[in-house]
Design a protein around this ligand. Structure first.
Ligand SMILES: Nc1ncnc2c1ncn2[C@@H]1O[C@H](COP(=O)(O)OP(=O)(O)OP(=O)(O)O)[C@@H](O)[C@H]1O
Ligand SMILES: [Mg+2]
Length: 151
């Protein structure tokens, strides 16, 4: 049977997320989507201090999305290391790592359910206050006309 390449497996003794505010470093990161294909990323060094907002700019297909997907380990660097607060992402617990990294897709997507459930889908069991607070942070609270009808 064909094997998916590369396979993302959790470390034998996965570590909890390190203390820190989210300092992201790429050290000599090279990545190819398959063993036979040429690298999409080659020798990337990147240092993004916690709290810094950066933009990755480049032509379509240059690897911007691929680069960001190495942080939550959707794909694995072929060479080099990706570090969060000094910890190699390969050493971290996958569930904690993926909880710690937020992603907003390029294409907005709404599930066919209430506004509340769309906001809360990443955290089942979120309270109404948490959902409203998330809506406020996203500057969406004002145009959600009726929370009662949204339930
Ligand atoms: N799942 C995949 N399998 C194989 N190749 C892929 C995969 N995803 C992307 N690629 C290839 O990797 C390269 C980089 O793609 P990527 O999506 O990272 O570019 P991008 O800079 O985000 O482009 P855009 O500006 O269009 O969003 C492209 O050549 C693309 O065809
Ligand atoms: Mg992209």
């Amino acid at each position: 049977m064909a094997r998916v390449y590369p396979e993302i497996v959790e470390a034998d003794r996965p570590q909890p997320m390190p203390d820190g505010l989210g300092h992201v470093r790429f050290e000599g990161v090279t990545f190819a989507y398959g063993p036979e294909t040429s690298p999409v990323l080659s020798g990337i060094d990147l240092d993004v201090p916690a709290g810094r907002t950066i933009a990755l700019i480049g032509p379509t297909g240059s690897g911007k999305t691929t680069l960001t997907q190495l942080i939550p380990r959707f794909y694995e660097a072929t060479a080099g290391r990706v570090l969060i607060d000094g910890a190699d992402v390969r050493d971290l617990r996958l569930d904690e790592l993926r909880h710690a990294v937020g992603m907003v897709s390029q294409d907005p997507f709404l599930f066919s359910t209430s506004v509340r459930d769309n906001i809360a889908y990443g955290r089942p069991g979120a309270t109404d206050d948490e959902v409203r607070s998330a809506a406020r942070m996203a500057q969406a609270e004002g145009f959600i006309e009726s929370w009662a009808n949204a339930d």
